[in-house]
Design a protein. Structure first.
Lengths: 119, 125
């Protein structure tokens, strides 16, 4: 049983380290602010979650596990909130996505016909 | 195993620090600093297990809380340019929730036809 828990926690720690590293690489290499937000939030959810669950499996049923669980819950609630606030603030401050402008002609021709048909 | 995860976290913090130094906009820097702080909580927890004394978890807990408050405070400062701003705006002030002027025209049309209840040009009490 200890063997199984050890292997499981090692796998979780290695996977968490992989996700953390990939998220950092994405934060460094991505071409656009919004894609960088995606990479960073991937790090916060998958990487932090897997590493903390792996540490919880190593600690067993002690007070340490309760503290790790509290850290996990805080990160799970605060990280998407702050990422959302950051994306909204950047959007309304005028940071453009990289793919703008889209193809204007098809959109302008397609949109009014639908609106006229419904209204 | 702790060593591998710690090394991954340290490399990620170095990459995020590089992004914070060379980020083109201020939001890139905020994102990178936020990520460094989240990685610091994980690093504190990992270092406690690595040294065999997991007593630093209270510090990691406090750090996770301070991280969230700090990033929201920085975002509020860059939105209102004033940390003691109450969110109330005078009627002739430019509304901070208005659409940016680079939105695609079809999106602007849709949003003007169906305004959200919170999205009117009025001061919020």
């Amino acid at each position: 049983m200890d063997m199984v828990l050890d292997i499981l926690s090692w796998g979780l720690l290695l996977g968490g380290g992989f996700f953390v590293f990939v998220g950092g690489l994405g934060l460094f290499r991505m071409p656009d602010f919004y894609t960088r937000i995606h990479a960073a939030s991937l790090t916060d959810t998958m990487g932090a979650g897997m590493i903390l669950v792996g540490l919880m499996l190593q600690a067993g049923l002690t007070l340490v596990t309760a503290k790790l669980l509290m850290i996990l819950i805080f990160i799970f609630f605060t990280s998407p909130t702050s990422t959302h606030a950051l994306a909204k603030a950047a959007l309304f401050a005028g940071v453009r996505p990289l793919i703008y402008p889209p193809a204007k002609k098809e959109a302008k021709e397609a949109a009014p016909t639908k609106e006229d048909a419904t209204s | 195993m702790y060593t591998v995860a710690t090394l991954a976290v340290l490399v990620t913090m170095a990459l995020a620090l590089a992004r914070a130094v060379m980020g083109p906009t201020v939001f890139d820097r905020i994102l990178a600093v936020n990520m460094i702080a989240t990685k610091t909580t994980i690093l504190i927890a990992l270092l406690g297990f690595l040294s065999g004394r997991p007593d630093f978890l209270d510090i990691a807990l406090a750090y996770a809380l301070i991280n969230f408050i700090g990033s929201v405070a920085i975002l509020k400062f860059f939105k209102y340019r004033d940390l003691s701003h109450s969110g109330w705006l005078s009627p002739d002030a430019p509304h901070p929730h208005r659409m940016p002027n680079w939105m695609p025209p079809e999106v602007v049309d849709i949003l003007q036809k169906h305004p959200a209840p919170d999205d009117k040009q009025e001061p919020r009490s």
